[in-house]
Design a protein around this ligand. Sequence first.
Ligand SMILES: *Cc1c(COP(=O)(O)O)cnc(C)c1O
Length: 460
Amino acid sequence: MSTIPLPPPYRIKVVEPIPFLTPVQRREAIEAAGYNPFNLRSDQITVDLLSDSGTGATSSAQEAAAAQGDESYAGARSWFRFRDEAADLTGYPHLLPVHQGRAGERILFSSLLQPGQICVSNTHFDTTHANVEIVGAEPRDLPCAEALDLDSQEPFKGNIDLVALAETLAGPDGARVGLVLMTITNNGLGAQPVSMANLEAVQALCRRYRVPFFLDAARFAENAWLVQQREAGYQDWTPRQIATRAFQLADGCLISLKKDGLTGIGGLIGLRDDALFARCEANLIATEGFSTYGGLSGRDLERLAVGLREVVDPLYLAGRAAQTARFAQMIKDGGVDVVEPAGVHALYLNAGRLLPHLTPAEFPGHSLGCQMYLDGGIRSAELGSLYLGTLDESHRLTSPAPFELVRLAIPRRVYTEEHFAYVAAVLAGIAKDPERIRGYRIVSAPALLRHFKVRLAPLG
Ligand SMILES: *Cc1c(COP(=O)(O)O)cnc(C)c1O
């Protein structure tokens, strides 16, 4: 075991300037945005940790491949290159390209779920949740109990609660379960990984009750890396072998390739069932594009084919995980707690604990996110009562979220250790005097996917 930390396995060839605004400019910008970070312009942001989706840097090999992109309407060379890589990785006989993950959700759910059915998950991602509801089905989350202790070091807090899943399948609602969807890693709940043992048990239950079992596999490589690091019996497997094994356990998958595809755009549906494939393909052609491009350009398909190889490189995954771990340590050293253990694609700040003087109805996670912008031009995402709580007609909080968190998503291959030190220093400054931070109230909010379009104002 070497004690010398390895640097990232790449050097930087192309750079993009980032803006530095004055405190007054930042105050004006966030006010004009209705205190919603989704309304900020990227040229108002110094370090953007809103999302790791489509925000990664591509490699020189990906850009070289993109130059070979074949833009033929049907049967493009680039499709076959991508398809062969995806088939080799996932093992699914049927693959459909889509422009991003949620297009795959819409196509799969409208082809598979009936109104009144239930989709069970460890935790539905927000658009996944919305797309289940749009087809008239009910999304139901059954996270494991360990997930609810933010400080515990349990290695697989992304697991589904197997007892609750078995009870649901065997109970009065069992006949209505139309799909079990496992999100790897569990983005909605602290970026925690799912163990192979948990996936195997889900497979066995789904077989027994004849329910389709799918993976929502946006971070299949990062989950595989954490399995290799944490689960007994997998130390000698490569991340790629572990990912392939996970896909093998399921009947199909949805993947947003904007994450572990290492590209700006892309998605994939993987299927075994011939009849389901035929229904999905018809929907795809009608709404996304022909089945050899699905809304993607040949150039994107080329970048994806290379990205699917690069993302399972153990050196890449080790470097990324180490970067996140060092970032977590810097934040904790500054006096702010994060959800433990630190995952790979994001850190989740415990805003509820940092700002105990704010009630959930004053949205402490949102307050912390706004303060990070005001103090340092840092953009983040609230994952607390603003995102998950229940509101009444006049936008008052009636039931809070279980936790008040702020997600710092980490774009792939984009920021250096100095950027993370900067963010940690801004947070340490906030932690020195948290009492000065005020709460917020909602001014207007849409019914569905509230956090994207909500507008707020600071309290008193
Ligand atoms: C990002 C994401 C999606 C949706 O994918 P898009 O490409 O953003 O449409 C679905 N599920 C999970 C777990 C995700 O992280």
